[in-house]
Design a protein around this ligand. Structure first.
Ligand code: HDD
Length: 739
């Protein structure tokens, strides 16, 4: 068979040999169709074990039973110590061809198209936990480049909780379920986590990100990715520049409401996983652009914060992001375990043209990833597992070890050698050899944090300042929720004290919800992340003074730069509420228009099967009010039809469906009598649903008039103003009560 050029090969081309497609084999005549043991022996009876008489004991001799059960007993491997719950997909990365001056990396050169595998994950929960936890999301991409594997291992949040990798085990022990009872699952722990971070002030910036809407992505397709650390790009002339990596989703950046996230966890714990899978299956391939912020070496110290400190981002107002290429995910995995579970990302997997900075968090990670794969995947040959295999050929003297697949020939496994012509030889830089960046290090060996890292609150304040009113309200509510679950009052108090260093209004609002006031500052309480012999004063941050007051890129409101030019409704899920007697003609017309715009629709009715319309037309129901929930949809339409609406008004689940959609600030539309369901769903304390923002009602049943307005509303995603209004109403009442 003719070999494709390397750049044109997909990962599948290269690693397909060990794959077995049982369905395809079944169709073949001959050898492939029989059940066999792992040694290829055809099995005659897979229903009965070998016994001493048909009612007698099972015999040890039954090697068929033993092989099958032994394999089953060993099916599970240790789950990842963090980022255990994940979902992966294949795709490609296409370079825009504008990066030659920045880097010699082949996958970023003009015309390069590189197969990739991406894995998204939550951090704290175990493998079987829910997708919708309030959490950071992992964003890892394996590039199968012609120069070897490049692993991008980032998050959907651009900063990290801690500055030095030596604190990582402490952070994770504090945030994972508490060890005595393994509670809470799929959430950050309460007493232990807040105990740790309330005396680790560098964590305040990332804490606000996690408490913000970023902690609850609507879809993995609708979140940004960040490399977090400062890295280096190095061009063919050897010129090195610092960079921060960004992934910007073409789908926009959107979140769900907290109550919604909690309900989704019950209704569909696989919400994100299913969303990614079904979009790829339906051909709605998610895309992200990869960009960099570039900092010349001579500008390293010019920002007023340290670019080696992973708790800091570089505001896009100071350094804009330039796009270098795009990633498209277009193929689901064939087998979750073989691919998503066994994929191994390592920060140390780099290619020429990409290099590291001295960020102490990054430096520690360089050790941790390889180490963890050795344990998780059982030894040093994990690079031979198909999903981890390099497309570039591998030649070295490494041999043997658990589960070795390669059959190396010959007697020479060392270098230099002359017995085998000194093969494999080292590559010159011009031949693609990797060269570590030459940096001068001329300093005392010392265990100390740089003074430039002792600024813990400035960027937390920048983030807070950059949020819209509703985003701020969400942060306050999230902190009230989390701290409300903390049992130790002292821990609550310390966290509020930290928040007060960031912003007085923030701390005051959180404290109010907890029924406490902001405690007086006691300097030594603020930071216990201090070496034993150090002067605590050297570790106290000054007041929060952001370099930039406000950064629009940090907000994900409808009008933020993240969403400004992304106003389509592709892949949005629209529930159509209707039952017997509904106006099926209008439903069909609206469905057609929405689907032409790229949305997906589902009829939710009082029963499954056929819905008999008022005009004799019929339509099939996809769900009932018992089998689905409003939280699984982006928008709701209530169809007209007297009998249909009369029935829905009587059905408390249908009424709740609309109430939830309204409460979660979703677009709602109704035609003709459909408006009656909206009226029935209006809570006495709330503004009328009919007439509220994001609610489109057409009493004349003119679907062609209603559809464009509804589409516009869906593209807006959420109408958070409803929630803000309700909160302001309550505040006004409270103010009156107190005065
Ligand atoms: Fe990590 C997994 C991202 C700090 C140690 N990390 C892991 C994954 C992601 C990140 C996306 C999942 C990869 C996958 O899908 O398989 N980690 C980050 C980011 C960090 C970070 C963006 C800060 C900027 N991590 C970090 C530190 C350490 C680790 C400081 C240790 C010193 N991370 C690990 C690990 C994991 C891991 C223990 C668990 C499973 C794995 O590696 O493969 O090695």
């Amino acid at each position: 068979m003719e070999q494709k050029p390397l750049a044109k090969q997909t990962h599948e081309d290269v690693v397909s040999n060990p794959k077995t497609d049982e369905l395809a084999q079944n169709r073949e005549d001959g050898y492939g169709q029989f059940l066999t043991t792992n040694q290829g022996l055809r099995v005659n009876d897979d229903q009965n074990s070998l016994k001493d008489g048909d009612r007698g004991p099972t015999l040890l001799e039954d090697f068929l039973l033993r092989e099958k059960i032994t394999h089953f007993d060993h099916e599970r491997i240790p789950e990842r110590v963090i980022h255990a719950r994940g979902v992966g997909a294949h795709g490609y990365f296409e370079a825009y061809g504008n990066a030659t001056d920045l880097t010699r990396a082949a996958f970023l050169q003009p015309g390069a198209v590189t197969p990739i595998f991406a894995r998204f994950s939550t951090v704290a929960g175990s493998r079987g936990s829910s997708d919708m936890a309030r959490d950071v999301r992992g964003f890892a991409v394996k590039f199968y480049t012609e120069e070897g594997i490049y692993d991008f291992v980032g998050n959907d949040i651009p900063v990290f909780f801690i500055q030095d990798a030596i604190k990582f085990p402490d952070l994770i022990h504090a945030v994972k379920p508490e060890p005595h009872n393994e509670i809470p699952q799929a959430a950050s722990a309460h007493d232990t986590f807040y105990d740790f971070i309330s005396i680790t002030p560098e964590s305040m910036h990332m804490l606000l990100w996690v408490m913000s809407d970023r902690g609850l992505p609507r879809s993995l397709r609708m979140m940004e990715g960040f490399g977090v650390h400062t890295y280096r790009l190095i061009n063919a002339e050897g010129k090195s520049r610092f960079v921060k990596f960004h992934w910007k989703p073409k789908q926009g950046v959107h979140s769900v409401a907290w109550e919604e996230a909690q309900q989704i966890s019950g209704n569909d714990p696989d919400f994100h996983r299913r969303d990614l899978w079904s979009c790829i299956e339906s051909g709605a391939y998610p895309e992200w652009e990869l960009g960099v912020q570039v900092i010349e070496e001579e500008d390293e110290m010019k920002f007023g914060f340290d670019i080696l400190d992973a708790t800091k981002l570089i505001p896009e107002e100071l350094v804009p992001v330039q796009m270098l290429g795009k990633m498209v995910l277009n193929r689901n995995v064939d087998n979750y375990f073989a691919e998503t579970e066994q994929v191994a990302f390592c920060l140390s997997h780099v290619v020429p043209g990409i290099n590291f900075s001295n960020d102490p968090l990054l430096q520690g990670r360089l050790f941790s990833y390889l180490d963890t794969q050795l344990k998780r995947l059982g030894g040093p040959n994990f690079h031979e597992i198909p999903i981890n295999r390099s497309l570039a050929p591998i030649h070295n003297g490494q041999r043997d070890g658990h589960m070795r697949q390669t059959i190396n020939k010959g007697n020479v496994a060392y270098g230099p050698n002359l017995l085998n012509d000194n093969f494999p030889k080292q590559a010159k830089q011009s031949e693609g050899g990797f060269v570590s960046n030459h940096t001068r290090v001329d300093a005392a060996k010392i265990r100390r944090r740089s003074k430039s890292f002792i600024d813990f609150y400035s960027q937390a304040k920048l983030f807070w300042n950059s949020q819209t009113e509703i985003e701020k309200l969400h942060i306050v509510k999230a902190l009230r929720f989390e701290l409300g679950h903390v049992q130790t009052l002292d821990v609550r108090m310390r966290t509020v004290l930290q928040l007060a260093q960031v912003d007085h209004d923030l701390a005051h609002r959180v404290a109010e919800g907890l029924g406490m006031s902001i405690p007086a500052v006691n300097g030594t309480q603020l930071n216990l992340n201090v070496p034993a012999d150090a002067n605590p004063a050297d570790y106290q941050s000054g007041p929060a003074k952001p370099t930039v007051e406000n950064s629009a890129a940090l907000s994900i409101s409808a009008d933020s730069p993240a969403n400004a030019d992304k106003k389509d409704i592709k892949t949005r899920q629209i529930a159509i509420l209707a039952t017997d007697g509904a106006d099926v003609a209008a439903i069909s017309e609206l469905m057609k228009t929405l689907m032409e715009a790229g949305a997906q629709t589902a009829i939710v009715a009082t029963h499954l099967g056929t819905i008999k319309g008022k005009d004799g037309q019929e339509i099939m129901a996809n769900w009932t009010f018992q089998s689905t929930s409003s939280v699984l949809f982006d928008a709701v339409y209530v169809a007209g039809g007297v009998h249909s609406v009369q029935m829905l008004v009587q059905d408390t689940d249908a009424v709740r469906f609309v109430q939830d959609a309204f409460k979660h600030c979703k677009p709602i539309a109704a035609s003709a009598e459909g408006a009656d369901l909206l009226k029935a769903a209006t809570h006495p304390s709330a503004t009328d649903i009919v007439g509220a923002e994001g609610v489109v009602v057409d009493t004349g049943n003119m679907v062609n008039k209603l559809a464009p307005q509804f589409i516009q509303a869906i593209a807006h995603h959420r109408f958070w103003g409803r929630e803000l209004k309700a909160a302001q109403k309550m505040e006004a009442i409270l103010a009156e009560a107190v005065n």
